[in-house]
Design a protein. Structure first.
Length: 338
């Protein structure tokens, strides 16, 4: 019976080795919907023979949830790469010292507004904040043209917005606090609460408009295009294009490496891959119809309108400066909203 002791010891030793992370894997926290990001990560895993361990969170609060995890884990990081579906929380992580600098060679082609000067993050594959309109409920001559049409009395209880405590709606809110100032932005969102139906997420807003439950709503292009391509009676309006208008907000995905991550070499390789023209091309052609950020990518998003869009001139660092104020005001306004 003596042989059993070393056998058990060897077995447990091998089993413990299986529990350790492998040098040929990379752990990804992704705030982009799994249906959009997982095919990209699966292709990387298949083509590069690296085990990709993705972690996703729930739809409405996923960015906040993942960022909270990253902050909680910063002394003992589990994540290698954070694929965020917006930018302001990435800037917050940078300011908290959670990110590691890496200047990807493929990041050199990006416009300076869409990459960290010190390599803490890179932007790619953007979405636009748009109005989705039910064409059966609103004739062409009455269609909204501005986000401020959400608070017109004639549309009270007929329009929708995602709760502005999470995701791109929270990012949009912080941008407006920086652009308009606290007083005007606070007044706008107080009226939004009084006039709009506040839903749990952008996807829910788009679906409600597609069904005709709402006349129009504010959402992201990836959610709006799904309704249109599913044959719903909707049109997509790029808001605030009028003379003197502030333009349409353009929000890139961001990718960054976590400081002290378990697999830094694999993390850098994955970042290089995500910033490749082939990935932006795939995301533009895919169901989310993302807008390439790299000027060397010739593929355009099929959700892009025929007319040239005037994008909002945004200082994301200034918006990050306003994050705490915007979050406090919006929490007071919307925390009790279902």
């Amino acid at each position: 019976m003596r042989w059993r002791v070393p056998f058990v010891f060897v077995f447990l030793f091998c089993l413990a080795g299986c529990w350790r992370s492998s040098p040929h894997e990379v752990v990804v926290y992704s705030a982009l919907d799994a249906e959009f990001s997982e095919p990209v990560l699966d292709a990387y895993q298949r083509d590069h023979r690296v085990a990709v361990r993705p972690n996703f969170d729930v739809e409405s609060t996923k960015t906040v949830g993942l960022v909270t995890r990253l902050i909680r884990e910063r002394d003992r990081p589990r994540c290698d790469v954070f694929w965020n579906n917006e930018i302001l929380h990435t800037l917050r992580l940078q300011r908290l010292g959670v990110l590691s600098a890496y200047k990807s060679p493929r990041g050199n082609a990006l416009p300076s507004a869409y990459r960290s000067a010190h390599g803490y993050w890179h932007g790619f594959a953007a979405r636009a904040r748009v109005l989705i309109v039910n064409t059966r409920r609103i004739p062409a001559d009455r269609r909204p043209g501005s986000i401020e049409d959400l608070i017109l009395p004639e549309w009270k209880d007929q329009v929708g917005i995602a709760k502005p405590l999470f995701g791109t709606t929270a990012t949009h809110a912080a941008v407006l606090f920086a652009h308009w100032g606290e007083a005007r932005a606070t007044s706008f969102f107080a009226q939004v609460k009084a006039h709009c139906r506040v839903l749990s997420g952008n996807r829910q807003v788009a679906r409600a408009v597609g069904r005709g439950t709402l006349a129009f709503g504010l959402t992201d292009t990836d959610d709006a295009i799904l309704e249109k391509e599913h044959g719903r009676p909707v049109e997509i309006v790029y808001p605030d294009q009028q003379a003197g208008g502030m333009g349409t907000l353009f929000i890139p995905n961001t990718v960054c490496i976590i400081k002290g991550c378990p697999h830094p070499q694999e993390a850098r390789r994955l970042v290089d891959y995500l910033l490749s023209p082939s990935v932006e091309t795939a995301l533009a052609r895919g169901p989310s119809a993302q807008f390439p950020v790299n000027p060397n990518v010739s593929q355009t998003s099929r959700v892009a309108p025929a007319a040239k869009v005037r994008w909002m001139d945004v200082d994301f660092e200034a918006a990050a400066d306003h994050w705490a104020t915007a979050a406090r005001v919006l929490r007071d306004l919307f925390s009790a909203t279902p």
